[in-house]
Design a protein around this ligand. Sequence first.
Ligand code: NDP
Ligand code: GDR
Length: 373
Amino acid sequence: MKKVALITGITGQDGSYLAEYLLAKNYEVHGIKRRASSFNTQRIDHIYQDKHQENPSFFLHYGDLTDASNLTRIIQDVQPDEIYNLGAQSHVAVSFESPEYTAEVDALGALRLLEAIRFLGLEKKCRYYQASTSELYGLVQQIPQSERTPFYPRSPYGVAKLYAYWITVNYREAYGMYACNGILFNHESERRGETFVTRKITRSLANISQGLEKILYLGNIDAKRDWGHAKDYVEMQWLMLQQEKPDDFVIATGQQYSVREFVMIAAKKLGIELVFEGNGIDEVARVVTVDLTTDIQIKPGDIILKIDPRYYRPAEVETLLGDPDKAKKLLNWQPKISFEEMVEEMVEHDLQVARKDRLLKQHGFDVHLNHGE
Ligand code: NDP
Ligand code: GDR
């Protein structure tokens, strides 16, 4: 018998990698996608299976984390062995603009799923994974942050995720459910949403290198994060649900870089050496040298990065550094993809896209650059 998994947020970065991972493990995978006015399944189109083929193992259902009856019906139909709750309004800056919606989806969405499991009497059959986050630590109380570090969220997103964290613990303790929190630190990939800082940087620098854009505008480039690769991290989401007892785990690399360092390293991978000049909102990055063996369209002396205070957050999380010791010991975990390899993969991917766009432009076709805000 195949194991059955249900993934919320299957169209997102993690959902797409997790679906691939579970299909490779011979799971029957069900995902919840939102109705949208245009296609929103780009990240999972390559694993889509025609409904008419024999013995399909991949299914999509329309649904929304704000809709309890819909979630309950899907869980009743699917009878999952494992639920991965990855769906969320996941952008921290946007959560200041839409705090109530963020709470509906990120906090109450988790409650709706847990209640549906209970309501359907699946507490003993169905294991539950909650996508918790290093944003819970916010204004950090301890360096590095482990499972024992007190939380101090700094955004409506972080506060909503705090509720989801505790309701998961509560249902585990109150009803004996197998429910886990993965406290994942930032993880990226070529599938990362274009408005998160790493992908915004790699896309924009690739476009700049091809003459498609001039300036990359960023907010707080002093912020420091512990960045890992999404592919490594979804493996942990699965592993957490395969243990004898449910528990909560920090997943991180234990290494930290600033946004400024990320920019420098990404630029270097493109053959561009940068220097930062000035302070505060007047800080800029100027090109020092370019690799002349490449097709780079900029020259030494050009300014290619400026600060735009619009990207500052009302309350910032300045520094995050995880301590993944527990996961390493108990889950025998070791991330496979290094920071440098991850940046390289993202830059390579976005450079290919930028080269294609440049070619289209040269041949008179329209190129629509979606700016990562
Ligand atoms: P993404 O933003 O890439 O994906 C979020 C997913 O949630 C998308 O599939 C999105 O659908 C879906 N979604 C949004 N709103 C709703 C809703 N109302 N109902 C149902 N689904 C919804 O996030 P990631 O893949 O990067 O992250 C996965 C989870 O892990 C999230 O919960 C995030 O908060 C959390 N997390 C992420 C970390 C990271 O660094 N990536 C670190 C720690 C935690 P659509 O495609 O239609 O927008
Ligand atoms: P984060 O990721 O808030 O950590 O949340 P993001 O990449 O958005 O920001 C990281 C840091 O970079 C700074 N920054 C900018 N950020 C964005 N998006 N755009 C900019 O122009 C910019 N300039 C500087 C930010 O201020 C911040 O300090 C991510 C999400 O995936 C969450 O869902 C997840 O829970 C956490 O990671 C762990």
